[in-house]
Design a protein around this ligand. Structure first.
Ligand SMILES: *Cc1c(COP(=O)(O)O)cnc(C)c1O
Length: 420
């Protein structure tokens, strides 16, 4: 078993061989299996360097120029740099880069615009909404009155008529657009028009597509939404974290909603790593990558369909592919287990209007795949066709899974995520 040399683990190996072994094991797992989880990616060594830097030691409550701690003169420059890069990358008047995660960004957006008990319209969880879009297990469902809209059962596309009708009848304080599993572009102009007509704020939760937006491969929500929430670790390929974008008039409310309302000290090493990622995303190579992510997803979707899986919406505009493996005789949960044993790592997901009253079954019926990580490794259309063939081979039980595991090892070996 070849383990890629990682300098940062040398010091750890000397002091704590047990943890060093765990880190190397995970590195090897990521390098030798196919990372098809739609929300995952491989950050660059430069991003990892910023994450592992001495900025991790610094306490910095507040914002640049007005901190509650001393010694912030250098991390202030790091945060200002991150903010300026984010504003320029997304053509936004204001950016907050302190949100610890995508969920923290959504919490802050609600805190900036809503009061407990307010009505909010969002994509229902069974149709691809995120936990923060009104799950009863989440603060959102507990503290706000969420009204779900859905996707059309036939086409899998957002039911725009339903959105308009519910907005008119329920008069929400905010409308949320964004999903963990929607493979198509969202029509932000439509949502803006409905929000304007009904006097609602528009919150775009662009956690997934924001990286495509950065690379010019998806439409930007920034001109339309009052607040855009995002993650920095999905297609955008930065460190694990969140971000908010908004116009100048909401800047102060958004900043105060992050700190001091919902968070304490900023994670300065993560903010520095976000700046590094924004810098990478502004370079021409990132545009090529973002378009390749979509091209790869289109080929993957078509190839899976050709293998007999049912692809929701008939394809994709993004990095996300949602497929129903039922025609091959397995449900999503079973498929995920079979594929994991063969070295293909992906998620199950809900399929709209499948599963009826049995919510648990409905949540595990489909497969959610993404092409960001494979594209970062350098895989292209030919490899996507091969991945689809391997995947279908496993699900049909036609090919010996040990042989497929070997083929996956061979494929990933040709595209190391961190070449030596
Ligand atoms: C990933 C995601 C989030 C949450 O991000 P975390 O960093 O896991 O908290 C929120 N909303 C949407 C739509 C997402 O896809």
């Amino acid at each position: 078993m070849s383990v890629t040399h990682a300098p940062e683990t040398d010091v750890l190996r000397g002091q704590d061989p047990e943890m060093a072994g765990i880190l190397l094991g995970e590195r090897e797992r990521q390098a030798s299996t196919l990372q098809l989880i739609a929300a995952e990616n491989f950050t660059s060594p430069a991003v990892l360097a910023a994450l592992g830097s001495s900025l991790a030691n610094k306490y910095a409550e507040g914002y640049p120029g007005s901190r509650h701690h001393g010694g912030c003169e250098i991390v202030d420059v790091a945060e200002r740099t991150a903010v300026e890069r984010a504003k320029s990358l997304f053509a936004a008047e204001h950016a907050n880069v302190q949100a610890h995660s995508g969920s923290s960004a959504v919490l802050a957006a609600y805190a900036a615009l809503l009061r407990p008990g307010d009505t909010v319209l969002a994509l229902g969880l069974a149709d691809g909404g995120h936990l923060t879009h009104g799950s009863p297990a989440n603060f959102s469902g507990r503290w706000f009155d969420f009204v779900p809209y859905g996707v059309d059962g036939e086409t899998g596309l957002i039911d725009h008529d339903q959105v308009r009708t519910l907005a008119r009848s329920r008069r929400p304080k905010a409308i949320v657009c964004g999903s963990i599993a929607y493979p198509r572009h969202i029509d932000y102009a439509f949502f803006r028009a409905v929000a304007d007509e009904t006097g609602a704020y528009l919150i775009a939760d662009a956690a997934h597509p924001i990286g495509l937006v950065a690379g010019g491969a998806a439409p930007s929500p920034v001109p339309y939404a009052d607040i855009v929430c995002a993650t920095t670790h999905k297609v955008l390929r930065g460190p694990r974290g969140g971000m908010l974008l908004c116009g100048a008039e909401l800047a102060e409310r958004v900043d105060r909603a992050v700190f001091p309302f919902t968070q304490g000290g900023a994670q300065m090493h993560t903010i520095a790593a976000k700046a590094v990622a924004f810098g990478e995303a502004a370079a021409p190579a990132f545009t090529v990558y973002a378009h390749q992510v979509v091209a790869n997803a289109r080929v993957l979707a078509a190839a899976l369909e050709a293998e007999g899986l049912r692809v929701t919406t008939g394809g994709t505009d993004t990095h996300v592919v949602i497929a129903d493996p039922a025609p091959l005789g397995v449900d999503g949960r079973t498929a995920r287990g079979l594929l994991a044993a063969a070295g293909m790592v992906l998620d199950c997901c809900a399929l709209p209007h499948v599963g009826g009253a049995d919510v648990t079954a409905a949540h595990a019926r489909g497969l959610r795949l993404g092409t960001a990580a494979l594209t970062t490794q350098g895989m292209r259309e030919a490899e996507m066709a091969r991945v689809a063939a391997l995947l279908a081979g496993v699900l049909r039980g036609a090919t010996d899974s040990r042989r497929i595991r070997e083929e996956v090892r061979e494929l990933t070996g040709a595209f190391p995520p961190y070449p030596a």
